[in-house]
Each structure stands twice: as structure tokens, then as C-alpha cells.
Ligand binder design. Structure first.
Ligand SMILES: [Zn+2]
Length: 86
């Protein structure tokens, strides 16, 4: 399970002026299950797949546990309490 933070295009020759030979590639930033941050190169046709998985961090208050939590939520899904899963 990946928690994707974002996808951006990166050019290989950092400060140099872009020319026809400069290669740009998409880079995906994500957290793994244990919360470690990573970035990796992906193919351009994989971008929609990763963009669909972009998560945002939201703060929720669970009425069951009477506690606040910071959780990563995917687009179009509802935040779930990590403790009682409700
Ligand atoms: Zn709860």
C-alpha cells in the first residue's frame, strides 16, 4: 500500500537550460506502510495510476475514542479512525 503525496516532472540537468537532449521524467513521492518517505522514477503512462492514489493528510476527531488523529486519506474516500476503524 502506497500513500502517494504527489507526482512531478523532473529534468535531469538541473540548472542548465533545457534543450532537446535534456530528459524529463516523472517522479512520484510517496510514503510506505511504515511511514517512510520515498521518491521514485516512473513511466509517463503510470502517472494516472499514481495520481489516482494521491493522499492528503487530514485531522479527524473520533467520537468513539475521544481522540484526535492525523490520517492519510485517498481522494474520494472517507477518513477512518486508525484505532477503532469506524
Ligand atoms: Zn476511534
Amino acid at each position: 500500500m502506497l500513500y502517494v503525496k504527489g507526482v512531478s516532472w523532473v529534468s535531469r540537468n538541473g540548472k542548465k537550460r533545457s534543450n532537446e537532449h535534456s530528459k524529463r521524467y516523472p517522479l512520484v513521492y510517496y510514503y510506505d506502510e511504515s511511514g517512510h518517505f520515498h521518491s521514485k522514477r516512473v513511466k509517463w503512462y503510470e502517472i494516472p495510476f499514481y495520481k489516482a492514489q494521491i493522499c492528503k493528510q487530514v485531522r479527524i476527531f473520533c467520537t468513539e475514542c475521544q481522540e484526535k488523529f492525523d490520517v492519510l486519506v485517498k481522494k474520494n474516500s472517507v477518513a477512518v479512525c486508525p484505532k477503532c476503524l469506524s
